[in-house]
Design a protein around this ligand. Structure first.
Ligand code: HOZ
Length: 427
């Protein structure tokens, strides 16, 4: 019998390219039919066939409190009855801006937008407007949304300019992006030595969550900060994924590095479309209407999205919230690693706050090349076995996972037991 998931996927493909509105959802990397989700409660999601899963995707990060948290839902319901959008300033966006600047000390000012992609592309334009320079440095394997200048892969040689990684991106745009190796401070120093007077900005995921999870080294973080300061370039921390997820002060607070600009999304919207970019006053004052850098949006600061974001941030600033989330996420990683170790499976896992990486490799990778060297087929088999057993991990070996405050000790233990049973069967 054809499942409802399969029926929906076939129907979806008639009018939606690939049947999905964002590529990774199509399960192309792992194979099989995507789960069409119809409901989420706490740590669980239910698919169109009525099957429940423990969810380790969490809408790719936003659902830090779990699905349908009563206080977030109540805030949204209260906002909705007053109107969905005005295209005019509202009090709630002022409240959210105040709160973001209070929680993230590097931000004197912030602008609200509707997505992480919008936040990063606007921050880069602002950095260029501020410095009067064009060149952007990014790192291989970091993802900063799908705007043209960011869909770029490394050029033919070390320190050459980038090539488009997507059809439709003009070569001329890609040429303004240089793609370097994550966690390689020497290469970054060399790039600045050669091109420093042309570099507008360095953009980085301070913990990478888009090539599985990669932790930064202290040397790399310090080098980025020092070189940007030395050469007058803007250091942009893309905290769309890490923001309020790895700690209340985000990755910059955790690592003690002060970026010039930061971008946010995901958690700050509590599941609604909301992004933000902010930073030093002297830079932020260059945005229209104060300055010459244009940026705008009809739905920016949307009252329903800001209500969800405010409710979420209010709850996650409770004392001990991130410590508990970190401990729960670590229990998952330690449990999975111990289960794999028991059965001699080459497997490693690590977490930073409430985000985690799983690798079919002897040790946690530190760069894109090391991620590519992990056993992707082993991950795919693990993914499907866990999905069958009711545990929903990201459908790609190149994505980080997420734990929420709604995941109980019992949820983690059940997932670890399922993995243990799977690993045991591999012998
Ligand atoms: N940008 C996400 C992966 N890192 C996927 C978002 C989605 O499919 O919803």
């Amino acid at each position: 019998m054809t499942s409802r998931n399969q029926q929906l996927f076939e129907r979806a493909q008639r009018h939606i390219p690939g049947g999905v509105n964002s590529p990774v959802r199509a399960f192309r990397s792992v194979g099989g039919t995507p789960c069409f989700l119809r409901k989420g409660v706490g740590a669980k999601v239910q698919d169109a066939d009525g099957k429940w899963y423990t969810d380790y995707v969490g809408s790719w990060g936003p659902m830090i409190l779990g699905h349908a948290h009563p206080e977030v839902i109540a805030a949204v319901q209260a906002a909705v009855v007053d109107g969905l959008s005005f295209g005019a300033p509202t009090e709630k966006e002022v409240d959210l801006a105040d709160l973001l600047c209070e929680l993230v000390p590097s931000m004197d000012m912030v602008r609200l937008v509707s997505s992480g992609t919008e936040a990063t592309m606007s921050a880069i334009r602002l950095a260029r407007g501020h410095t009067g320079r064009d060149l952007l440095i990014k790192f291989e394997g970091c993802y900063h949304g799908h705007s043209d200048g960011l869909l770029v892969k490394a050029g033919s040689g070390l320190l050459t300019f980038g090539n488009p990684s997507s059809s439709g991106v003009p070569a001329g745009v890609a040429e303004n992006t240089m793609v370097l190796t994550y966690n390689n401070p020497q290469e970054l120093a060399e790039a600045f030595a050669r091109h420093g007077d042309r570099v507008a900005a360095v953009i980085v995921e301070p913990v990478v969550g888009n090539m599985n999870l990669i932790a930064p080294t202290t040397e790399f973080l310090n080098a980025m900060r020092a070189l940007c300061t030395q050469y007058g370039a803007v250091l942009i921390f893309d905290e769309v994924m890490t923001g309020f997820r790895v700690g209340l002060k985000s990755a910059q607070g955790l690592f003690g590095i002060t970026p010039d600009l930061s971008t946010f999304g995901k958690v700050i919207g509590g599941g609604m479309p909301l992004g933000a970019f902010g930073g030093k006053r002297e830079i932020m004052e260059k945005i229209a209407p104060l300055g010459p850098v244009y940026q705008a949006g009809t739905l920016s600061g949307n009252p329903v999205a800001t209500a969800a974001g405010l409710a979420t941030l209010k709850l996650i600033r409770a004392p001990g919230f991130h410590e508990a989330l970190t401990a729960r996420t670590r229990a998952l990683c330690d449990g999975l690693a111990a289960a794999a170790g028991k059965h001699d499976i080459a497997f490693a896992a690590q977490n930073i706050g409430g985000m985690f990486g799983l690798y079919f490799a002897e040790k946690c990778p530190g760069s894109y090349d090391e991620v590519l060297a992990c056993d992707k087929e082993a991950f795919n088999r693990f993914f499907h076995a866990m999905l069958d057993a009711g545990h929903y991990f990201a459908p790609s070996a190149f994505e980080a996972g997420f734990v929420s405050a709604a995941h109980s000790e019992a949820d983690i233990a059940t997932t670890v037991a399922a993995a243990d049973a799977y690993f045991a069967g591999l012998k």
